[in-house]
Design a protein around this ligand. Sequence first.
Ligand code: NDP
Ligand code: 8X3
Length: 254
Amino acid sequence: MNQKIALITGATAGIGFETANLLAQNGYNLILTGRRKERLETVKKQFELNYDCKVQILNFDIRKRKDVEKALSSLPEEWKAIDVLINNAGLAAGLGPVNSADVDDWENMIDTNVKGLLYMTRNVSPWMVERQSGHIVNISSIAGKEVYPNGSVYCGSKHAVAAITKAMRIELMPSGIKVSSIAPGAVETEFSLVRFRGDEEKAAQVYKGFTPLNAKDIAETILFVITRPAHVNIDDLLIMPTNQASARDFNKKL
Ligand code: NDP
Ligand code: 8X3
């Protein structure tokens, strides 16, 4: 295949979907993952019809190690030459203090945001090492740099992503593999809807009174990061809405 191959986890919605859309328009062939099979199938149809792009879809739950391994090993050999791995799939589940938050939510966040990212990387990075080439982009968060009350485990999971990213960069540097992290502030996607278990009113409240980032803003940033010349790596990029100055400081006009 002449075109570069990018694998994007969590491509059924939000940042992952918009990144897939932009990369398809920019000549990448795509491997797209997520649990919602119908969305993956629709996206594949749309992209292959509208863009000069081939799409493989892999439908699995990133928390399940054996399913990750099975899905990746099912790829045709030529699709294993992955140039860019975008570890994007992730979520916040609930918002509550350590003394009363739901422990199942903690398991979900740690299994998805930390262990899922590791399973993906453990499977894909050996193919990159073999080719002595590749780029891994981890989607961290402002919550990987700062903390906020009631978000201890989500923040902890994203701090883990930040630490893992730094160590991975050192480990993979001798093999010519770039490792980057992108840390967004508030982006309006399905994120808050998922955090508040489908409560649309609560989710909308998060973005009320200011203009949050949108998924396209992050997609454009990812495209910038993965298209730098061979000798340039963006280690860590923090991107915030103009009216958000920290994890907790917003200029809201309510
Ligand atoms: P969305 O909820 O819109 O999208 C999340 C994506 O992750 C979906 O495609 C979902 O696919 C996938 N996903 C979630 N859990 C699993 C799972 N167990 N197995 C496989 N795929 C899964 O959220 P965003 O686009 O906002 O989030 C993308 C990333 O950006 C996350 O890592 C998030 O932490 C991070 N982020 C988000 C910010 C925001 O304010 N929105 C800010 C900073 C970082 P499916 O449900 O089909 O499985
Ligand atoms: C998502 C942004 O501020 O809700 O990572 O943690 S925040």
